[in-house]
Design a protein around this ligand. Structure first.
Ligand SMILES: [Zn+2]
Ligand SMILES: [Zn+2]
Length: 262
């Protein structure tokens, strides 16, 4: 791993460490670039235990700017945010983009009606209509042009555990759209810390899911490896290294360093 663009920060309230803690760890493990991408503030989502408040955004940006200055010449540090795609939020995404170098899309919620009042967790999708709606969210997020990287695009498989023809169809819709719009799909190491199956051939997480990534390979979509660290020591620990080994075995079309849109 030479760069990581999926890194959190204590302001989201479920991660630890400030920008400098992550930079120190990044230097220790020899990264050339570190992108910090905490969960973006959003007044319309009432999950304030897992994202920064709007008033935290300037604090967050300042914290990153301070390490950009302090560690200049040692490591390149980028300002990012991770955020869901919601409908009718165009001004919001434009505002976020103006403030950061890149945006990571992470669809942690969907709504069957595309409203904000009936959100369901992306981790707990169980039916075919739900995973199809998830696919629509990702296609629309990609087409919106607001995002640089799609984090854990196979999150829908966390609870929809059988990789049947419906799951495959969702994978194909995502890959087709990603390929067409040249967006990067992230192989998310944090999935290795969640559920999965232990077999004699090793651990198979619910996501990243091998069947999904074989389809990504078939489409030759651009991919990136992301640690999704919520603790500085999780930037490149044993679990992340195990995930990286699996990622490398897939021999996907890998983007090592992010090219910024602006
Ligand atoms: Zn998080
Ligand atoms: Zn994340």
């Amino acid at each position: 791993m030479k760069a990581n663009y999926h890194t959190h920060h204590y302001l989201c309230r479920h991660a630890t460490g400030n920008a400098e803690d992550y930079v120190k760890e990044a230097l220790r493990i020899g990264l050339k670039e570190l992108g910090i991408s905490d969960h973006a503030p959003n007044v319309r989502v009432h999950d304030h235990g897992v994202r920064m408040q709007p008033s935290d955004l300037p604090v967050y940006l300042k914290d990153i700017e301070s390490v950009q200055e302090k560690y200049k010449g040692q490591i390149k540090v980028l300002k990012g945010l991770e955020v869901e795609y919601f409908y009718d939020h165009e001004v919001y995404y434009e505002f976020l983009r103006e403030n950061v170098d890149y945006l990571i899309h992470g669809q942690h919620y969907i709504s069957m009606t595309k409203q904000m009042s009936d959100l369901i967790s992306g981790f707990s999708l169980k039916t075919v209509p739900e995973i199809n709606r998830y696919a629509a969210y990702l296609e629309d997020a990609i087409e919106s042009g607001h995002f640089d990287i799609l984090a854990h695009p196979d999150l829908y498989l966390n609870s929809y555990s059988q990789f049947d023809k419906y799951a495959e169809d969702v994978a194909r819709r995502i890959c087709d759209s990603a390929k067409k719009h040249d967006i990067i799909l992230e192989y998310n190491a944090n999935g290795y810390r969640r559920g999965g199956k232990k077999t004699k051939n090793g651990f198979f997480p619910n996501y990243p899911r091998l069947e999904f990534w074989k389809i990504v390979k078939e489409y030759n979509c651009k991919t990136i490896f992301g640690s999704d660290a919520h603790l500085p020591e999780f930037l490149y620990n044993d679990t992340v290294q195990e995930a990286e080994e699996d990622y490398k075995k897939l021999e996907l079309n890998n983007v090592e360093f992010l090219t910024l849109k602006k």
